[in-house]
Design a protein around this ligand. Structure first.
Ligand SMILES: [Zn+2]
Length: 204
């Protein structure tokens, strides 16, 4: 007797780490693609259809999701978010003013280190300063919603303080702070409030 039938066989395309909705923590995943196979004695022998859709499978609970699940930031990414956003905000504002000012640069490095990146240094700051303006804006737009408004305000505050190190805000520094505030998804009123407090404290 010949036993035949069909079943879906999954192939692993890539692997990575994601935030598993069922486990509630970061897990390894496999990105897999299914394909129907004709089976003979339960062994897949002939592919029946074109490649099917892709799914994301958790290595631990084996839960399966559509690839959109990868857009949710992992816990590790979330932990780095404040320092990452701060770096980007500082880079935007520093280069709108005098980015060679040693005091402002030292202050920038110190603030990013305190925010959770102990390895940050002057060379890393130069790399950030060299990144395209628009690319940073897009990344900030993705990252900002993951932080509470208070955290986003404190990022803008630290950024304004750095801009004020070398004296009163120039027109372009002021404009950049507004853009950074908007990218951090703060309202105009919030931005004005944060910047004016930073101004008062700096005495400029
Ligand atoms: Zn899981």
């Amino acid at each position: 007797m010949i036993i035949f039938g069909w079943r879906v066989v999954f192939f692993t395309l890539t692997r990575g780490i994601f935030h598993c909705p069922d486990c509630g923590v970061d897990r390894d995943y496999r990105r897999r693609q299914g394909r129907n196979f004709f089976t003979l004695f339960f062994i897949p022998v002939i592919p029946l259809t074109k490649r099917g859709g892709e799914i994301i499978e958790c290595d631990v609970c084996h839960g399966r999701w559509l690839p959109g699940v990868l857009e949710v930031p992992t816990t590790a990414q979330l932990a780095q978010m404040p320092a990452m956003l701060l770096r980007m905000a500082i880079a935007q504002v520093l280069r709108s003013g005098d980015y060679t000012n040693a005091t402002a640069r030292e202050r920038a490095v110190t603030v990013v280190r305190q925010a959770g990146e102990p390895g940050y240094d002057d060379a890393a700051l130069n790399t950030d300063l060299g990144r395209p303006f628009e690319q940073i804006r897009v990344e900030m737009g993705h990252a900002a919603p993951t932080l509470a408004p208070e955290a986003r305000e404190s990022i803008l505050r630290a950024t304004a303080e750095i801009a004020l190190v070398d004296g009163p805000l120039s027109a372009s520094e002021e404009e950049t702070l507004s853009v950074v505030g908007a990218d951090l998804q703060l309202t105009r009123v919030q931005v004005t409030g944060v910047v004016s407090v930073a101004r008062q404290e700096s005495g400029h």
